[in-house]
Design a binder for this molecule. Structure first.
Ligand SMILES: [Fe+2]
Ligand SMILES: [Fe+2]
Length: 231
């Protein structure tokens, strides 16, 4: 039985969960992530803005894609050898494929929701910040996450847990900085894929909680692979 509590698909007190996040320290970032955050602050500013969160969501999908692709590559290796697959290796591959597919979709809905809300609010950006830079960062993060997983899956889960902890706290602080969102209704075509929320504040709290679930999944898998707790 897992020591972690997951919130996706459950009725939860979103405001209470936001308070829990704000009372919990963010996991320390590794040097690669620290560099990434500094660069994002330089280009998009220190303030928590929707364009900045959109870039976080563009990047957030890549570790999951690496797990899915890495899991499929493992299946090929396991089933194309003369001695046949060991069941625990098959279980590991299937677990990484499943986590990768599920969480990748969840990050995709976050990206599409934020993009839709930015359009509704008339937020526009220049070509450098909205087109060129996100694509360059995505390309680099794709390569980095792919290499990390193939070298050692535990390193990929550790980095992702740190990234998701940062995202969870950023979303909860974003809501805190916008008290006017408490009464602002939200509507989006993306709610055909994602649980409908009544206000902008609750939508971003729900997204922040998704990030907490992602962090916990990554921590749990890191512990399963290494037998050590991630600190
Ligand atoms: Fe996300
Ligand atoms: Fe996430």
């Amino acid at each position: 039985m897992s020591k972690y509590t997951y919130t996706m698909g459950k009725e939860v007190d979103l405001k209470g969960e936001q308070d829990k996040t704000l009372d919990t320290p963010v996991m320390p970032a590794n040097p690669v992530l620290r560099m990434m955050y500094v660069m994002m602050d330089l280009v998009y500013g220190k303030a928590r803005t929707l364009p900045k969160f959109k870039v976080i969501e563009v990047l957030a999908r890549y570790p999951y894609w690496a797990w899915e692709r890495g899991g499929y590559a493992r299946v090929t290796r396991l089933f194309c050898r003369s001695c046949g697959p060991r069941q625990d290796d098959v279980d590991l591959a299937l677990r990484h494929i499943d986590m990768g597919r599920h969480d990748q979709d969840n990050e995709q809905w976050h990206l599409m929701l934020i993009d839709d809300i930015m359009r509704q609010q008339g937020i526009k950006q220049d070509w450098f910040r909205s087109v060129l830079l996100p694509r360059l960062m995505a390309w680099n993060y794709l390569i980095l996450t792919e290499i990390l997983y193939r070298l050692n899956p535990a390193w990929s889960f550790a980095m992702n847990a740190r990234f998701e902890s940062h995202a969870e706290h950023e979303y909860m602080h974003l809501v805190l900085a916008h008290p006017e969102w408490e009464n602002e209704p939200v509507e989006s075509v993306v709610f055909s894929h994602y649980p409908k929320q009544d206000t902008l504040a609750n939508l971003f709290r729900r997204i922040g909680l998704d990030e907490r679930d992602h962090m916990n999944e990554s921590r749990e898998e890191y512990e399963r692979l290494t037998g050590r707790e991630l600190v």
